[in-house]
Design a protein around this ligand. Structure first.
Ligand code: ASP
Length: 419
């Protein structure tokens, strides 16, 4: 496997992991073997990636900002980034809503199927609803308050990415405001920290093909009732098709705005996409996203250091597209009277906010779907059934939407760098 490019090694690891997972699913004690002896290697890999996320954001953003020399550039880059993020997210939701309204995957689902799904996944649905309650109980400005840390070491420890970004921005700006000779040692320090962390990403990625083997095998042993998966194929296909259109949309932007070839982009960025797929977490993928964008796509640190961590936390086009499709699908199955034009408009607004509020971790998009459904007055007694309905296919869809989430961030960083 030595001479193969990294993305091929990861793909081979994934395929072998899937095959191994299916074999273990069919032998006695196979599931236990995978969860005791194989899955921990996937966990170790994710831990290593999370380990370097905070120092990487800190070093890359502080170094990047202090290189900018001009504070007004930071404001215009910030505004442009947020504007493009909101624009692409709204486009994603509109694509999702159009597909689900045209294909109508939820119409005509037999009652027995709904009952079977409900009894199988009721417990999981209840867990999602109680997680969403925590967010709902917070005041309207809590999300804003949460950006400003009172103790930066707590922010590092959590880690609270937006707080780390805020601190790094402030620190970088202050380095610009003090005399250059005083700032120099700090800038040098963060520059060399950044280099060392980037090297760590390279080293950790050597382990990626084996880690994705473990991650995929662990995903496969979680599927037991494939008959339910088949019933949800129409819905899953709509989400996957929508996500595919989003990738095409990004490639169009890459071609038109940055004048680069989409194949060039995909070839260089694919290791990050494959990791997003295997980990279902944009946060865990962030160090690799940053390394790929800076070192392989040639985006300057001052742009990638800001655009990518902010994007990993706030910009989730795949998640918002999925939330639009899932909300309408659930209505088509169990609450068709709710399918009004006004409700769909409300979905555009709330899916935008819900994707911004979703944590960059597995299943976060489904938790926030509760908020989207409640915003349109979805009957509370039907809510557990609605969530149970889509639970069986959530993990594979999560893997796919995370790929779109990280691709969106990388695309926007290239556009911002170009402008
Ligand atoms: N897993 C997604 C991410 O990390 C979020 C979600 O849609 O659940 O980007």
């Amino acid at each position: 496997m030595k001479k193969l490019a990294l993305h091929w090694k990861i793909i081979i690891g994934m395929i072998l992991g899937i095959i191994f997972g299916f074999i273990m699913n069919s032998v006695d004690g196979g599931k236990g073997f995978v969860s005791d002896w194989i899955a921990p290697f996937g966990k170790i890999f994710i831990n290593l990636l999370k380990l370097i996320a905070v120092p990487l954001i800190l070093a890359s953003l502080i170094k990047g900002i202090s290189d900018l020399k001009d504070i007004s550039k930071i404001r215009s880059m910030g505004l442009r980034t947020i504007g493009i993020y909101i624009g692409t997210t709204v486009i994603a939701i509109i694509i999702g809503l159009s597909i689900v309204n045209i294909i109508k995957p939820g119409e005509g689902m037999p009652k027995e199927t709904i009952e079977k799904i409900n009894t199988t996944y009721q417990g999981n649905a209840d867990a999602m609803i109680s997680k969403a309650k925590v967010t709902q109980d917070a005041g309207p400005l809590q999300a804003l308050v949460d950006i400003f840390p009172s103790n930066i070491f707590q922010s590092f420890a959590k880690p609270a990415m937006l707080q780390v970004i805020f601190f790094s921005l402030l620190f970088g700006i202050c380095l610009l405001l003090i005399p250059e000779e005083k700032a120099k040692p700090m800038v040098k320090f963060f520059d060399s920290l950044n280099e060392a962390i980037m090297k760590m990403v390279d080293l950790i990625m050597l382990f990626a093909p084996y880690a994705v083997f473990a991650l995929m095998a662990n995903v496969i042993i979680a599927f037991d009732d494939t008959t339910i998966l088949v019933k949800l194929l129409g819905y899953a296909a709509c989400v996957v098709f929508g996500l595919f259109l989003m990738i095409c949309f990004y490639m169009l932007l890459i071609k038109l705005i940055t004048k680069k070839s989409p194949f060039w982009f995909l070839k260089r960025f694919s290791p990050a996409q494959l990791l997003a797929f295997s980990t279902s977490s944009s946060a865990a993928t962030l160090p690799v996203t940053m390394e790929r964008v800076e070192e392989h796509l040639g985006v300057d640190k001052e742009v990638s250091g800001f655009v990518l961590p902010v994007g990993a936390t706030l910009n989730m086009d795949g998640t918002s597209l999925y939330q639009g499709i899932a909300a309408v699908f659930i209505m088509q199955v169990i609450w068709p009277e709710g399918l009004t034009f006004t409700n769909q408009l409300v979905i555009v607004g709330t899916a935008l906010l819900a994707s911004i509020g979703s944590a960059a971790v597995p299943s976060a998009g489904m938790v926030m779907l509760v908020i989207v459904l409640e915003a349109i007055g979805f009957p509370p007694e039907l809510l557990p059934i609605g969530l149970a309905l889509i639970f069986a296919v959530d993990r594979p869809l999560d893997m796919c939407r995370t790929v779109v989430n990280v691709t969106g961030d990388a695309t926007v960083s290239m556009i911002v760098a170009k402008s």
